[in-house]
Design a protein around this ligand. Sequence first.
Ligand SMILES: *Cc1c(COP(=O)(O)O)cnc(C)c1O
Length: 429
Amino acid sequence: MSQKLHIGTLCVQAGYQPAKGEPRQIPIVQSTTFRYETSDQMGRLFDLEDAGYFYTRLQNPTNDTVAARIAALEGGVAAMLTSSGQAANFFACVNICEAGGHIVAAGNIYGGTFNLLGTSLRKLGIEVTFIDQNASEEEISAAFRPETKLLFGETISNPGVEVLDIEKFARIAHGHGVPLIVDNTFATPVHCRPFEWGADIVTHSTTKYMDGHGVSVGGAIVDSGNFDWEAHADKFPGLTTPDPSYHGLTYTKKFGKLAYITKATSQLMRDYGSIQSPQNAFYLGLGLQTLHLRLARHTESALRVAQFLQAHPAVAWVKYPGLPGDSEHERARKYLPDGSCGVLAFALKGGRSVDNRFMDSLKLVTIETHVADCYSCILHPASHTHRQLTDEQLREAGIAPDLMRLSIGLEDPQDIIDDLDRAIREALS
Ligand SMILES: *Cc1c(COP(=O)(O)O)cnc(C)c1O
């Protein structure tokens, strides 16, 4: 399409234009394999000489269509779906960082990613340095080493809801000849497109707003196509030198701007698995079609709830980038002009026992290890997801010990506020 389309139109239509007589909705191609007529046709697929489907672990039409929609939303050249957000961040890193490599990452990222980088990748021989994302460019630059392969951060951090200075991070990464990878899960491309600010690769836990209904775990990696791997060829030999497992093909030479995603699908997905099922990709495609509508409502309601909490005498503090006066507000106005997301963090006066009585008294807002879907839910990281950490370690991860993460769903905001108000009264009585 030559016409430049708005994000809402892309949510509904991007990636799929049915031809005459074809289904209007993206079809679910629930098939492991695909038939060919000659042995030679099949051989050419395995040489990556012809494009085509042969086994769903590598590519599937439903997944590719939904991936193309996400690529269009982010303004990237290509995307790949994965079985989870964890798999997306894992593949996004190991596609360009092998044993002996080093990663610099913001320390306030999602706990699962913190563990992935800090514990599991370390066991694979990849070193990680966590930095404070609000430190100066000089301080962050000091963490880089000759073997550093990438810089990593989250547009809006989970659970601290801190907003990343993407331009600053991109400048630092590019100054060191490496790409910036941004996990854009909470903002979604409806509210922020990190490529427009210099990020090179974007990842998603599609489990959150993109799916939006709490039905399917999934992830995605999107490539902007902008990073010049050849200009830093010695750092990224996996992309710029022949791959013996594909008859000596060199990804950058053969695929140009599609090198990174082609390597991720044809090499990592082939060897590590972790595909999204076509059925889940279909649910994701449905979710994307209303993403722009839902995110607007999540954001509007979250701001109302944040304002209610801010004015409540029993509340110790509230953190929401959309609140004027919030530490993140200025960066949010720059990077998230249409709003941040539906997640906020707050604490009640009186400590953990009051927090626990409060959460137990909630009726409409449920206690869940999840965020960012149509149901309002709450979690106390220090008691739940991060309960193995000491208060000191919590603070290092950017999580106050009294922080409760509240995810505002699509219910009527007044009912959410009434539930919170009643539960606070019961907790204090
Ligand atoms: C949930 C989440 C992940 C992990 O995604 P899963 O789909 O649960 O594997 C990664 N990053 C962020 C920011 C998340 O919120």
